[in-house]
Design a protein around this ligand. Sequence first.
Ligand code: MGD
Ligand code: MGD
Ligand code: SF4
Ligand code: MO
Length: 688
Amino acid sequence: MQSIKTICGLCHTGCGMIVDIEDGVIKRFRGDPDHPANKGILCPKGAASIDIVYSKDRLNSPLIKSKNGFKKISWDDALNFAADKLGELRTKQGPQSLIRFAGAPVSYDGRDSFMQFMAAYGSPNFAGVGHLCHVPRITAMKTVFGGPPEPDYTNTKLILFWGTNPMGSTRFGNYAVEGDLGNYRTVIDEAKKKGIITIAIDPVRSETAELCDQWIPINPGTDLALALAMLHVIVKDYLYDKDFVDNWTYGFDDLCAHVSDCSPEWAASKTGIPALTITQLAKLYATTKPALLRDGNGHDMNNNGAQTIRALMFLIGITGNYDVPGGNVVFPWTKQSFVVDHSKVKFTTKRIGQDTFPLFPEIPGPALTNELLTNGNKYALIVTHSNPTLVMADTEKVKKAFSNASFLMVMDMFPTATTELADLILPSPSLFESYGYRAYSSRKGGFVSLKPKVVEPLGESRHFSAVEYDLAERMGISSEYKFRDDKEWVNYMLFPTGLTVDDFNEKTFIYTTKPFEAKKYFKNGFKTPSGKMEIFSQTLARYGQEPLPKYVEPRVVINSPSGEENEYPLMATTRKPYEYVHTKFRNIGFLKKKYPEPLVYISKDDAEKYSLNDKEKVEIRSQKGKMIAHVVVSGKARKGLIVVDYGWGNPGDDKYTSVNNLCASDSWDPISGGTLNRQFKCCLRKTQ
Ligand SMILES: Nc1nc2c(c(=O)[nH]1)N[C@H]1C(S)=C(S)[C@@H](COP(=O)(O)OP(=O)(O)OC[C@H]3O[C@@H](n4cnc5c(=O)[nH]c(N)nc54)[C@H](O)[C@@H]3O)O[C@H]1N2
Ligand SMILES: Nc1nc2c(c(=O)[nH]1)N[C@H]1C(S)=C(S)[C@@H](COP(=O)(O)OP(=O)(O)OC[C@H]3O[C@@H](n4cnc5c(=O)[nH]c(N)nc54)[C@H](O)[C@@H]3O)O[C@H]1N2
Ligand code: SF4
Ligand SMILES: [Mo]
């Protein structure tokens, strides 16, 4: 038996793992007690890795669509077919005719796959799930601080979880910096033992909200009203850090005028939070030093998410919690190479939707689907590490849009709702069958972990790096390639650190930077046009966006010619179960047993109102579509707001469909294109 240290790449946490191998076969996965990200524990997803690797459902060979369903073909034929299709389209339509669609970059494989190929092909059309995940927040943070700050749990006195559920997502907002708060399962309990105040602002009584000292329920999509009212109180009562405000902010006077009418009473009517609670929260957050604010994915899928995050950043800045220990800080980060350096590579055309979303670094979902619906035949799509048809709002529309492309190639490990639409499916190895790596931030310094190849790729699966190089060679566009296989990829990416794969040997992780230093802005200023924290954003003003965050009502659109709205009396939000990551692995027995079917959490009031009981099966219907789920009468939900599980809908998920069937995509954030995947109006009906 041989034991090899590696990392899990199923979510952003990047836990350290020990893999026991016998005769080239994985026998067991264990948490690595030495790894700072998890300190020895594994969540159910990580623990299911062995079943994932050896699942009988894995794609084993390239498949081509034929009249009689998918047919096995050789790699040679598959890549020749793809090269012909892509070459022909490039000649006819130009280099912008290729769109790469990538999923959440939970492993860097997903982040970097087919990036070089895009540059070689000459296409600026990078798309993905960024508009639903994190990038709206990063885009907003850049306009305020020049970059994203991370929460520093180690020395804090107050933790404000705002739109995040780390007890379900294991996403505490940084990497491996829980310090003396244990691991990602114990942070909140340990914080409470140390007298650190913990508060959660969430429409749902999430696993996180349940553990915190205080849960502040909020109406979905109204967080900006709360933030503006908190700023109102802090300004009015002079609770801000005068020194920081005087020396390091741009537009503070504009802010004072902007929030003068945003009283707690005004916000109470929008958010559903009593004015007194808002006042108390503002005072507590501003006077408990240091305090950290952990934002989350609850803000991304919203029609004013980017501006909301800006107001949250103002709270951090003006209370003196920016880049101070225990506040929101900029941790050191490992310098890595760029696969495509967008500041240097000059594409000959703009990306789709660039004029509408100039500040967003990729094509947001609504711009992509609209273009494909109108001009799909002009494009080829490469989908990698993603399942867009189930994760984007309005499943039917997305399916139609993706089916419109003149060529759809999908790389995945498993058959999915998206591979079902493909012209060509290419099988990928699991994370344990190739080299990879991950960078982490921490107080002690930025560090990197290697993900060594633990076993050879199963079936005929091939790593993206080798596939895209082979394809580029066949098309005669491979001359600029910087790496041609997984090992070369990791070495190339780590080049700025001076490390190579061979330097890791038995080491789990290697620090690559100096430890965290506070208040770096004293030396460097902020990377914004004014060099200060920008409350009044010159960047947004230049691009015709609101320079100060203006509250807009959440816009759940019901096209209601006949007053149909009454048909959909309930508001719904969607939830990620702890046992799964997005749409992945519902076919894995170990996880299926733990969490067999999608649940809908309903308050006692609504259960009584609609005569529903625990475990009953209901059909949930919105104006867009319907799905089936099983009732849980639960304090997670509130009167009028139900909570629906997200992530089903792949082939093999029986009758269960995606909750995004029910979400509309005709309302979005003007900066990021984020859609309302967490808000829809619906009704319930018992079913068999
Ligand atoms: N188990 C599991 N873990 C995961 C993932 C997974 O799918 N499953 N996905 C990974 C990925 S890609 C990501 S991005 C992270 C996300 O991790 P987090 O940032 O923690 O986000 P979520 O887990 O989606 O939790 C968001 C919370 O925001 C709440 N919320 C919804 N709407 C609103 C609103 O309008 N206002 C406020 N204040 N709150 C709102 C939700 O009810 C929910 O409790 O998780 C990662 N980890
Ligand atoms: N309603 C609603 N919608 C949401 C969310 C929500 O909370 N509610 N969350 C949003 C968020 S935060 C995100 S990030 C997106 C997620 O969007 P995606 O990242 O597209 O979601 P996944 O289901 O994780 O899809 C990843 C796909 O990659 C495949 N895969 C896994 N490992 C490998 C590999 O090594 N190689 C290859 N080639 N493929 C692999 C998996 O089988 C899976 O099909 O969804 C968003 N959509
Ligand atoms: S899926 Fe679980 S084990 Fe894997 S990185 Fe995320 S938290 Fe860690
Ligand atoms: Mo995400």
